[in-house]
Design a protein around this ligand. Structure first.
Ligand code: FE2
Length: 379
């Protein structure tokens, strides 16, 4: 059942104001090569770097950016690393390359941290002030599901590029962007029975509300099913769907993720574009692989979604999915997992009014995912 539960909060009632996603930090085995992948295939620009050359002895970080989307790729570089870098190495060992930090941009990091911890958030570290000639950043962090964290980043007194410690890079190699604009939503996979625990965390600790709920009747195929609740912050700029597996005939895609990631973590990030056809053509040309919907999907599409601006044959040729809800329609497509472990993948999304998450596409999408699972011997 699709349920819209609550009206959006007004500014005054937002108990945990967040301006938007600040950055997404990945812990990876080889940040130099991962950075090249996101530049060459995804059109991100290398903006800044932090590592031994800038005085950090035990790790290297690359800041990549495309419009409002910022990725930080961090890797440990020494076997006898400090405690902090050892956490990175352990994270990579356990999870493979994965998302460590969904960092949130706030106006007052001390206040946000204090309130979150007061309401039951587990601390990663209290507010730290980092300074350079461009001013200061205040950053604190709290834990969420698995080993994922939320840094709370205050940058109102900082006029530099990103944050102290990072040195701007001007690269000769600068591939064109592919039209990605901002982070639309980030999805977490958690264990059976834990969805509501994290829904409660986002509601109680961070003042989010339950925007949508999908139960196992919405999201099921012959083989597997899942349940999902979408949590959104006060101004709707942050949307975190939380998935848990549901009993099915065979192993669900969420179980496969939990097995290979070694626990809960970020499953996919949806990146928004204003022109999904151009973005997907560019990504495909650079080697990004997408899931392919069954051809039967397009036979009934017109009846299901009505009139849309994009030619259906173009969408079918690219494998782009369409769904309509009361506010409009959306176009979306999902990549295959982007690593050897079947864990992290991306969604490309273009919203034309629609505020949903493509419920009408779940069946076609999950059948496509199951084909991939079967090829891996994990179904
Ligand atoms: Fe999504």
């Amino acid at each position: 059942m699709l349920t819209e539960t609550l009206e959006p909060q007004t500014e005054n009632t937002d108990v945990f104001p967040i301006n938007g996603t600040d950055y997404i930090e990945f812990y990876v085995g080889n940040a130099k090569q991962a950075a090249h992948y996101y530049r060459a295939a995804w059109g991100f620009k290398l903006i800044a770097y932090r590592g031994p050359e800038t005085g950090v002895r035990d790790r290297a970080s690359y800041l990549l950016q495309q419009d409002k989307i910022r990725f930080v790729l961090t890797t440990p570089i020494r076997p006898d690393a400090s405690d902090e870098a050892h956490v990175i190495a352990q994270h990579v060992y356990e999870h493979g390359d994965g998302v460590r930090d969904l960092a949130l941009w706030v106006d007052d990091a001390r206040d946000a941290y204090e309130k979150a911890v007061e309401r039951g958030a587990e601390s990663v570290h209290p507010p730290r002030v980092m300074r350079d000639d461009d001013g200061e950043i205040v950053i604190a962090a709290i834990k969420t599901y698995g080993e994922t964290i939320h840094s709370l980043v205050e940058r109102k007194n900082y006029k530099g590029l990103f944050m102290p410690g990072f040195r701007p890079v001007s690269a000769r190699y600068e591939p064109q962007g592919v039209g990605l604009k901002y982070v639309d939503h980030c999805v977490g996979n958690v264990e059976l029975g834990k969805m509501n625990v994290w829904v409660e965390f986002y509601a109680h600790v961070m003042g989010f509300r339950n925007l949508l709920t999908f139960d196992d009747k919405d999201i099921s195929t012959e083989y597997s099913s899942l349940m999902s609740k979408v949590m959104a912050n006060g101004n709707d700029r942050i949307k975190f769907p939380i998935n848990e597996p549901a009993e099915g005939k065979k192993k669900s895609q969420i179980d496969e993720y939990l097995d290979f990631y070694g626990g809960p973590g970020v499953q996919h990030m949806a990146l928004a574009t204003d022109d999904i056809v151009a973005t997907v053509v560019a990504l495909r040309d650079r080697g990004v692989e997408f899931l392919q919907a069954p051809t039967s999907y397009y036979r009934t599409l017109q009846d299901r979604v009505g009139k849309i601006d994009e030619p259906l044959d173009v969408l079918e040729g690219l494998g782009i999915l369409v769904d309509r809800d009361p506010d409009g329609y959306l176009l979306q497509i999902f990549t295959k997992t982007v690593e050897d472990r079947p864990t992290v993948f991306y969604e490309i999304i273009q919203r034309k009014g629609a505020k949903g998450f493509g419920k009408g596409n779940f069946k076609a999408l999950f059948e496509a995912i199951e084909q991939e699972q079967a090829l891996r011997g994990n179904l």
